[in-house]
Write a protein that binds this ligand. Structure first.
Ligand SMILES: [Zn+2]
Length: 89
């Protein structure tokens, strides 16, 4: 069985038009509990889909980091690419 991350986003009231979705995997579940967001999204179940925006906001959120609602780009991904690029060169 092929798992396709094609949405829709499982977050209530999400109307994301984005084309990127991430699966709520066990690791994501753990991270969400750790960063304290799970209490707000207790209805999320492993295997559900999240839009990329929500995934980053909920799963990858750092509790010390302020949430940027107007920044559509995942800058931590950019940072990762930058780090990888540095390693590669
Ligand atoms: Zn969403």
């Amino acid at each position: 069985m092929v798992q396709k991350n094609s949405g829709p986003c499982s977050i209530q009231n999400c109307n994301s038009q984005g084309s990127r979705f991430c699966q709520f995997i066990p690791l994501a579940h753990k991270k969400t509990q750790k960063n304290g967001n799970y209490k707000y999204y207790i209805y999320l179940k492993i295997g559900q889909q999240l839009c990329h925006t929500h995934y980053m906001r909920i799963v990858e959120a750092d509790s010390n980091e302020k949430l940027k609602s107007q920044e559509p780009k995942n800058y931590s991904f950019v940072e990762q690419v930058t780090m990888l690029t540095k390693v590669l060169y």
